[in-house]
Design a protein around this ligand. Structure first.
Ligand SMILES: Cc1cc2nc3c(=O)[nH]c(=O)nc-3n(C[C@H](O)[C@H](O)[C@H](O)COP(=O)(O)OP(=O)(O)OC[C@H]3O[C@@H](n4cnc5c(N)ncnc54)[C@H](O)[C@@H]3O)c2cc1C
Ligand code: FES
Length: 269
């Protein structure tokens, strides 16, 4: 059944810096809060009447009652404007959009791999894994300690994340993908699924590692978006028609995704 989408006018309840160049925004969106699932995103218009014509896509980070939150990185003009907005400012939130992560009941181990702001797209999933009492390892990568995200939020769920930083200022010095290779080499579990979101190069590396270990992997893609409603085709990626086939079709990250089976993605770069 097609899921209903809501376009809600709401106001910012809080918008606070949580790490270098990263902010957490809360707003009341009852209809979206009641129907959204892990992996889904919202398309936010926050400068109505200003210079920004397009909405910006962000994954839902948490749902608490009627409130949703999003954790975002300041990247360009839009997120820079957003980061300066005060509580009480009006925004328009369209959602929930896109498909969801698929979690099988018989998993022995879920491994969640987040790189940079990619962990924002995985928090609702981690919460669901915890609720469903599925054993979960969380691997978080960051440039350095000042840009490390979500450590406390993950700990509050009773999970101690493994951390990798480029400069070794906290956790393992190196790539989060090294932690994934180590974990997959050591584990005796059989039914494992890796869930991941982060920079394109990291997603490709995670997909390759999972292929090597013959492990199921779901990736949340974050292609640039225009409409987020399946119309403009601005967000497409190449997806194999059949696993192991070289034949592909273009699929819309906003509609068929953002979550894809990693072996089906054709990584262009
Ligand atoms: C499904 C999805 C979920 C996302 N969830 C999050 C999240 O939870 N937290 C977070 O920090 N970021 C997330 N992103 C990335 C976020 O949308 C961009 O960083 C943001 O749109 C940049 O806007 P800007 O105006 O600051 O940057 P600019 O570079 O000035 O943006 C110009 C245009 O490009 C688009 N754009 C730029 N970078 C991206 C990008 N990486 N992905 C998609 N569109 C982009 C913008 O929407 C805008 O239309 C998500 C992206 C997608 C597609
Ligand atoms: S953003 Fe327009 S089709 Fe996906």
């Amino acid at each position: 059944m097609k899921q209903k989408k809501y376009d809600l006018k709401t106001t910012i309840l809080s918008n606070q810096k949580v790490a270098e160049d990263h902010y957490m925004l809360h707003c009341n969106c009852p209809e979206i809060a009641h129907s959204a699932e892990p992996g889904q995103f919202i398309h936010v218009l926050f400068d109505a009447g200003g210079g920004l014509l397009l909405r910006r896509p962000f994954t839902i980070y948490t749902i608490e009652g009627q409130q949703i939150s999003m954790l975002y990185q300041v990247i360009g003009e839009g997120t820079s404007i957003l980061s300066k907005m005060k509580p009480g400012t009006a925004i328009h939130v369209l959602g929930p959009l896109g498909n969801t992560f698929t979690v099988c009941d018989d998993l022995d181990l879920a491994i969640v791999v987040g790189g940079g702001a990619g962990i924002a797209s995985l928090m609702l999933l981690i919460t669901e894994l915890k609720t469903r009492q599925i054993e979960t390892s969380v691997l978080v990568g960051a440039m350095n300690e000042s840009r490390l995200l979500s450590q406390t939020d993950i700990q509050d769920l009773g999970i101690t994340p493994q951390i990798a930083t480029d400069d070794g200022s906290v956790g393992y010095q190196g790539l989060v993908t090294d932690l994934l290779s180590g974990l997959l080499s050591e584990t005796s579990k059989h039914r494992i699924t890796v869930f991941t979101c982060g920079p394109y190069g990291m997603l490709k590396a995670v997909a390759n590692i999972c292929h090597k270990f013959d492990t199921v992997c779901q990736v949340a893609m974050e292609n640039r978006m225009g409409c987020a409603l399946g119309v403009c085709l601005g967000c497409v990626c190449k997806v194999r028609i059949e696993t192991d086939s070289e034949e592909f079709e273009y699929q819309r990250v906003c509609t068929e995704g953002p979550v894809f089976s990693a072996p089906n993605i054709i990584w262009d770069i």
